[in-house]
Design a protein around this ligand. Structure first.
Ligand code: ACO
Ligand code: ZN
Length: 223
């Protein structure tokens, strides 16, 4: 299903400017041979990375009309762990994280959102934590002294607060964003992270959020 808007964008940007591939979501300049080469290389690796063939033993923890969420634990069969590694590599690449060192690999829980097209379109990596630092609201107003000097977009409190679950990665495939996939992943983590209880909002913490991550987390935590 193509919208009118998409058709116009495609026609206008066929030979110049930025194009977004409708399969892999990469944004590149179609008129640049280097860019096109990079796209081709990314395209197949990415689509192969998110391909989900279905597993004999899969732990389905939530089901929806447009997909399901599968939980992978550290001692699962190697085919499951390999898929998690592949997806994490794609995610880290996109986020510009170059070394993925989970603090506690034995306790990491990975939640994959599998679409009806049998693709991993969302990924959330959670680990147990004991404390977190609350993000302080951004200084607003032109008088605020920190808005000029402080280039960090936000600041954290110095006072640790008890927490239970740290979300070290959350990612949704570019072409599937704003469909509440991230929200459903976090709801599912709250439900499944600790057996028998639904974690409160302030028992979960997002580590090192990106601008996208912060927009999502702010919205999620206030609703
Ligand atoms: N801008 C503004 N608001 C946003 C954005 C955004 N980019 N993303 C989410 N929200 C808010 C909206 O209010 C949205 O509700 P609405 O669509 O009804 O307005 C609400 O959050 C819920 O959004 P979802 O649809 O559940 O979020 P989505 O599935 O699109 O995933 C995510 C959000 C994971 C941040 C996605 O944009 C993404 O993968 N970005 C790139 C990777 C990234 O930066 N991840 C965060 C890293 S930080 C970390 O991992 C701890
Ligand atoms: Zn592509």
């Amino acid at each position: 299903k193509e919208t009118k808007e998409q058709l116009i964008i495609d026609a206008g940007q066929k030979h110049f400017g930025a194009t977004m591939c409708k399969s892999c979501g990469m944004i590149y300049t179609a008129s640049s041979p280097e860019d096109e080469l990079q796209h081709v290389q990314h395209h197949y690796r990415f689509l192969d990375g998110i391909k989900y063939t279905g597993w004999k033993k899969e732990r389905v923890v939530a089901e929806f009309w447009d997909g399901k969420i599968v939980l992978v634990l550290p001692h699962d069969p190697s085919y499951a762990l390999r898929k998690v590694e592949d997806v994490q590599e794609l995610v880290d690449n996109e986020l510009g994280f170059h070394q993925a060192v989970p603090r506690c690999p034995n306790k990491t829980k990975t939640f994959l959102f599998i679409s009806d097209e049998k693709r991993v379109v969302g990924c959330l990596i959670a680990e147990p934590i004991k404390q977190a630092f609350r993000v302080l609201s951004e200084p607003t107003g032109p008088e605020s002294p920190s808005s000029k000097e402080c280039h960090r977009a936000w600041q954290c409190s110095d006072v640790p607060e008890p927490a239970v679950c740290g979300i070290s990665r959350i990612w949704v495939f570019r072409l599937k964003r704003r469909k509440r996939i991230a929200r459903r992943l976090v709801d599912t983590v709250r439900n499944c992270f600790m057996f028998g209880c639904f974690l409160k909002i302030d028992e979960i913490a997002f580590s090192d959020p990106t601008p996208d991550g912060k927009l999502f987390a702010t919205k999620y935590c206030n609703t």
